[in-house]
Design a protein around this ligand. Structure first.
Ligand code: NAD
Length: 344
């Protein structure tokens, strides 16, 4: 028998078990709109997997969950190949970890860049393909290369233009954004679903995914009405672009201004700042204010604003190197509710 490095066999066994668990949670989350564990627990498993792979790099194959975009393509929908692939985001879980990331970026760029701070909306990513200003396809992220065709449903979502307004539309532009289910409408949707014997959603993110990814075939009139209630409650916020040859702007923040002038819904919360202290302030501010926002947020996304700098940093197989997601610590909502009830 070949001799193995200390602990490799144990690490391999743990890696395999973790990867299988993560894959089963991903299938439930991305395909069936169900969360079998909390997001914090899921993130903890991914962090453990990364830790094992740092110690035993030979375990980190191309099919590792740490190297792939998590989603899939359900057979219910036709596949759509994105003109440019879609990515996930790498995470940090503390301001210190963020500073470490920012230092590395500054080293690679030869100077500190301007950062664009945005809310991390807890929904699902959508890719809108516009040709000469006309919406041609809308697709979910899927595995990053191929997504699910949801074009037919998009027509019912308020605020997503079928035709761009303004002028100067390129032959092809892919606009990416987050589809979310507003918190205010979530309880009501679940009440209506329960009344019709449909499964209720555990959170607004699952409600967004479950509402967007629906088919009308075989639905009774009551269920069709429920499907449309879902569509009409959904909203989109634009947070990126894919394929676009020679955009006439030089930064992500200018790009949002241009997309807004074409009638696309951009966030009113995004802010360009210099320095990690200003980023930390943004993170702290929205940590305290997260419930005053109309959608759920699970963190803050910090992006290098300048396109040329984004290009020089590039991407890994899973995520851009020019952006990072700071994740807020989990909220103990259920425990608090329980405490209140116990206290009464
Ligand atoms: P992610 O959600 O952590 O980050 C990437 C995504 O963030 C992007 O694809 C985009 O859709 C979204 N996003 C929101 N606001 C954005 C903004 N302003 N700019 C850019 N992107 C923005 O990564 P992921 O790969 O989509 O999913 C992993 C996460 O999903 C986990 O960390 C966990 O929270 C959750 N998850 C949970 C379970 C579970 O069982 N509970 C299972 C799978 C995934």
């Amino acid at each position: 028998p070949t001799s193995t490095r200390d602990g490799l066999d144990e690490a391999k066994a743990e890696w395999t078990e973790l990867a299988e668990r993560i894959q089963s949670y991903q299938a439930a989350y991305y395909e069936r709109d169900e969360s079998l564990v909390s997001d914090a627990e899921y993130d903890g498993l991914m962090q453990r997997l990364e830790e094992i792979e740092r110690r035993f790099p030979e375990l980190a194959g191309q099919d590792s969950p740490t190297r792939r975009v998590g989603g899939g393509v359900s057979e219910l929908f036709a596949p759509v190949v994105h003109a440019q692939r879609m990515y996930s985001l790498d995470n940090v879980f503390s301001i210190d970890e963020f500073r470490g990331w920012a230092e590395k970026v500054a080293r690679d760029l030869g100077g500190a860049p301007a950062f664009l701070c945005e809310l991390k909306i807890d929904g699902l990513a959508l890719n809108l393909r516009y040709e000469n200003g006309k919406l041609v396809t809308a697709a979910t992220r899927g595995d990053g290369v191929t997504g699910e065709d949801v074009t037919a449903n998009i027509a019912y979502i308020p605020g997503i233009p079928q035709r761009l307004s303004g002028t100067g539309h390129p032959p092809l532009v892919e606009v990416r954004g987050e589809v979310y289910f507003p918190v205010a409408a979530f309880a009501e949707l679940n009440a209506h679903r329960e009344a019709l014997g449909e499964k209720v959603f555990a959170n607004p993110r699952n409600a967004a995914s479950g509402s967007l990814r629906q088919k009308s075939e075989g639905k009774s009139p009551e269920r069709l009405a429920l499907m449309h209630e879902g569509f009409e409650r959904l909203r989109l916020t634009v947070h990126g672009i894919g394929a676009w040859e020679h955009p006439p702007v030089h930064s992500q923040s200018e790009m949002y201004e241009l997309l807004a002038s074409w009638g696309l819904p951009v966030s009113k919360y995004a802010k360009v700042v210099m320095g990690t202290e200003a980023v930390a302030e943004f993170i702290e501010h929205f940590g305290a204010e997260r419930h005053s926002v109309e959608h759920e947020i699970d963190g803050i996304v910090i992006k290098v604003d300048n396109f040329a700098q984004q290009g020089s940093l590039g991407s890994t197989s899973r995520a851009p190197r020019w952006a990072i997601a700071y994740k807020y610590p989990p909220e103990q909502v259920n425990t608090k509710l329980l405490d209140i009830r116990v206290g009464v």
